[in-house]
Design a protein around this ligand. Structure first.
Ligand code: CP
Length: 526
């Protein structure tokens, strides 16, 4: 078996863990494998054939296709296939994911974990935890493949979907016009489309769902930012009153098990708006094809069974494609293939610690001149100025209190709310006489709590140095922040000991694990 390649040991937690070029490579290799396999030719150039390698199937939610296609793919590879039975495991004794996986990792030379979990962001958290653990042991880190996490993502379903669309389009990746319909709110296979459809140069997406099942705004916003043309309709009936109808339709089932009672009461009417009916047939463009990640509800399928034997049926072949794409995914992360890959890797997140900006000290820096109202003039020490400048007074006090609490400023000191140079606006000031320096971690916390404030170092009643603090690109491991998504692996109530981490994206903060987006105020615990 090969021991390297650009994909070896990689984790696929979200679609973007493979770059566009890498996804196209996966589809090209899958087409090669499928052709050989169906022709009964030798496929050993795809095969890991390594009994020292263990593939663990850890499915904590029900599955047929994902689990069975991965199980058969692992058998194809002739690796040790372990079907981890969560229902009779020590998970039932409240064992953490990390403890469980570390132990399994110790049982083989190379391991790959394929996971389906109700919690979101599990593969990302385990990838990071196990990388540290493996390094400590001097071993190669294991890879993780996300087989669906909560309502977050289902990247390997996305890869088989896109492969199926490309097959249908005879490998033309110039453009796609696609309907996404069904439960767009809970459907992780739909959420993964936001990134997976980027393999097409031009993307037109028609979203069909009643408001209760609509795609969350954050995903719709990302589609628009990706350059997709997005239109929205409340029902298939409404959609078909206009002429610009897509030829690729992607249906998803209503995830009633994830819905509250209020929505369940409306299940019948919601289902009707996203269920295809015979009378719609003549509205479809020639060559149309329907897809569905499956399973279909046997009593209330959104693609009714009368369509099974028609040319619209793309979903049966789509589900079979899961076997081929997953063989190739294992071949890639197992290092068997990839040596001929020449494209671009995923874009490295550039995280620059650029949150401290030196500000020139002006002539008007005499402390007596600057901090005379209510704040004791500081001979020597630190003044934190421009706290929440321009915000309303309540917010400024709130911010001052938070800074004092988080930085533990239990010193002889003073603070208050004052006018800015514009007398219609206010700002907060904290004065810390005799404090001569702050630790870097405290400066970072201060930048996170009160971006825009200035840090003034005073000596002999003059400002010696002045820095403006900006929001850090990443905020993590403060006790005072947490992801508010209860099914995120980092949510404190899940007790998985995964530290909180947010990445700044423009004005928003995105959870590193479940990718839920927050405003600055929302990340703080009240
Ligand atoms: N499409 C899909 O994930 O199916 P399973 O739930 O059967 O794995």
């Amino acid at each position: 078996m090969a021991n390297n390649g650009p994909f070896r040991g990689r984790t696929i937690a979200v679609v973007n863990d493979l770059s566009r070029d890498e996804q196209l490579y996966l589809y090209k290799k899958t087409a090669e494998l499928k052709k050989k396999y169906l022709a009964g030719e030798d496929c050993s150039d795809f095969q890991l054939n390594d009994p020292d390698c263990a593939a663990y199937l850890m499915f904590l939610e029900n599955s047929t296709r994902t689990k069975e296609s991965f199980r058969n793919a692992a058998l194809f590879h002739n690796v040790r296939m372990n079907n981890f039975d969560a229902s009779t495991s020590s998970f039932k004794k409240a064992e953490s994911f990390a403890d469980t996986v570390k132990m399994l990792f110790g049982y083989s030379k190379n391991s790959l974990f394929i996971m389906r979990t109700p919690e979101e962001g599990v593969c990302r958290a385990l990838e990071e935890e196990l990388a540290v653990y493996a390094e400590k042991l001097g071993r190669e880190k294991p890879g993780f493949i996300n087989g669906g996490d909560g309502k977050h993502e289902h990247p390997t379903q996305e890869f088989l979907d896109e492969f199926s669309f490309l097959e249908q389009k005879n490998w033309d990746s110039h453009s796609i016009h696609i309907v996404l319909t069904g439960d767009l709110y809970h459907g992780r296979t739909v959420h993964s489309k936001v990134d997976g459809l980027k393999i097409f140069d031009q993307v037109k997406v028609d979203l069909i769902a009643p408001p209760e099942l609509a795609l969350p705004e954050s995903y719709e916003g990302r589609m628009i930012r990706n350059g997709f043309k997005v239109r929205k309709f409340r029902s298939i009936e409404e959609y078909l009153t206009q002429d610009d109808v897509a030829d690729i339709w992607y249906f998803t089932r209503l995830q009633l098990e994830r819905m509250g009672d209020k929505i369940l009461d409306k299940a019948e009417s919601l289902r009707e708006s996203v269920t295809f009916q015979e009378r719609f047939m003549d509205k479809l463009p020639k060559g149309s094809r329907f897809y569905h990640p499956l399973p279909r509800h046997r009593e209330h399928p959104v693609i009714p069974s009368f369509l099974d034997k028609t040319v619209l049926n793309g979903w049966d072949e789509q589900s079979i494609n899961g076997f081929y794409t997953r063989i190739v995914e294992i071949a890639m992360v197992g290092g068997k293939i990839g040596h001929d890959f020449t494209g671009a890797p995923p874009r490295e997140e550039s995280v620059r610690d650029d949150y401290i900006e030196a500000v020139p000290v002006t002539r008007k820096s005499r402390v007596q001149d600057r901090y005379k109202v209510g704040i004791k003039p500081v001979d020597e020490g630190i003044v934190i100025d421009h706290i929440a400048s321009g915000e309303d007074i309540g917010e400024i006090w709130d911010r001052i209190n938070r800074i004092r609490q988080i930085l533990g400023l239990n010193y002889r000191s003073s603070h208050g709310v004052f006018h800015t140079s514009d007398s219609s606006k206010y700002k907060g000031i904290i004065s810390l006489p005799d404090i001569l320096e702050l630790e870097q971690k405290d400066i970072k916390m201060l930048a996170a709590v009160s971006p825009g404030c200035t840090l003034n170092f005073i000596k002999d009643q003059s400002v010696l140095e002045k820095f403006r603090l900006h929001m850090p690109p990443r905020i993590y491991n403060f006790d005072e922040i947490s992801c508010k998504n209860e099914i995120c692996i980092s949510h404190p109530q899940n007790h998985q000991h995964v530290g909180t981490m947010f990445t700044r994206e423009g004005e928003s903060f995105v959870c590193h694990y479940c990718q839920k987006k927050y405003t600055f105020k929302e990340i703080w615990n009240r």
